[in-house]
Design a protein around this ligand. Structure first.
Ligand code: SF4
Length: 344
């Protein structure tokens, strides 16, 4: 039977001397994963800005004045070009994010078409589109979506200090729909929102105690964006961040723990410690939705220095030639026509 984590267990882990915690996390990591392998995802914003939600950390919320310029849902050709590029750079998962409260019914056929086309390239697919109904989750799953990302962000108690336009229960409901539709869950949180240690513990406990823990758990370090209410938040101690990763690794032993936003601010040594603590997934590419990420070349050199190998695809290999001809075909098609055809 699946272990149910209680807060006392998690507190004990957080209180362990740092090196002991790291050792335990590394032991569990080695039992469940190849310690020298890392999963690489690339994230593309397919619809940017003007989001009606009020997440206080996010430059895409329409409520804050930030550098983000709003963009409409991207055309198929542009999405597939990015997916192809991501695959060529070594990514095995292509994640697509849209700044929405939830996808509209009108856009569903197009989203399904995007999933099908990216899958043809032989990549795993992930989307983050906001809340989903059970029917929408079923449709995305049927189109072949492998993962759905919907972060819990923080603890249930602290949540209302960060977001007021969508409830914690709504988020859990979406995760339930995703799971029931047979997709894998990507869900994690952000460290540095102003939360207490207790909130970090409760967030990890909530994730670990889901019926099945998320297959992918992004742990983000807050990126302080000018114009958002959290732009002046206190820096967090890297050791607290690494500790959170180690505890996530221990209590979600089979999940990929993703070192996510905020990596750009970390030096190589901190990133290496995060990998030592059990992080085994990163975003690769120079942009994370709308915030920057370490340049690919720098990442490549770091992985080389550490002897980390990129994980190969789980799904059937796509045919590169097929991907190229698909792109060529698409560039000849009038985008508008393609968009409309996809929607019909
Ligand atoms: S985090 Fe997502 S839902 Fe929240 S404001 Fe940003 S884009 Fe919208």
């Amino acid at each position: 039977m699946k272990k149910k984590w209680i807060i006392e267990d998690i507190e004990k882990l957080f209180k362990k001397p740092f090196l002991e915690l790291m050792f335990e996390a590394q032991k569990i990591h080695r039992k469940n994963f190849d310690p020298n392998q890392i999963q690489i995802s690339t994230l593309l914003s397919i619809k940017t800005g003007a989001c009606p939600e009020d997440c206080k950390y996010c430059p895409q919320s329409a409520r804050y004045k930030t550098y983000v310029k709003k963009e409409r849902l991207l055309e198929m050709e542009q999405i597939l070009k990015s997916a192809y590029q991501a695959k060529k750079s070594g990514s095995n998962r292509f994640c697509m994010g849209a700044a929405w409260k939830h996808p509209s019914e009108r856009d569903m056929p197009y989203l399904e078409k995007i999933i099908q086309e990216v899958k043809k390239m032989g990549m795993e697919t992930c989307m983050t589109l906001g809340s989903l109904t059970d029917t929408q989750a079923m449709k995305l799953a049927k189109a072949g979506l492998d993962f759905y990302n919907h972060n819990l962000d923080t603890s249930k108690n602290f949540y209302s200090k960060i977001i007021t336009t969508r409830s914690y229960e709504d988020r859990l409901k979406t995760l339930e729909h995703v799971r029931n539709a047979g997709m894998k869950i990507c869900s994690g949180g952000i460290i540095g929102l102003g939360e207490k240690k207790q909130d970090r513990m409760e967030l990890l406990m909530q994730l670990a105690n889901l019926q099945i823990a998320p297959e992918s758990v992004p742990i983000n370090m807050l990126v302080k964006i000018k114009g958002t209410p959290l732009e002046k938040n206190k820096e967090i101690d890297p050791f607290d961040f690494i500790r959170t990763i180690a505890v996530a690794r221990i209590i979600m032993s089979n999940s990929y723990i993703r070192l996510s936003a905020g990596r750009e601010k970390m030096n190589e040594q901190t990133q290496a410690m995060c990998f030592m603590a059990g992080a085994n997934s990163i975003f690769y590419g120079c942009k994370l939705l709308t915030t920057s990420n370490p340049e690919e070349k720098k990442d490549f050199l770091l992985l080389k220095k550490l002897g980390l190998n990129m994980k190969k695809n789980n799904i059937q290999k796509g045919n590169h030639q097929e991907s190229i001809s698909l792109l060529e075909k698409l560039s000849k098609i009038n985008n508008k026509k393609y968009y409309n055809a996809a929607k019909s």
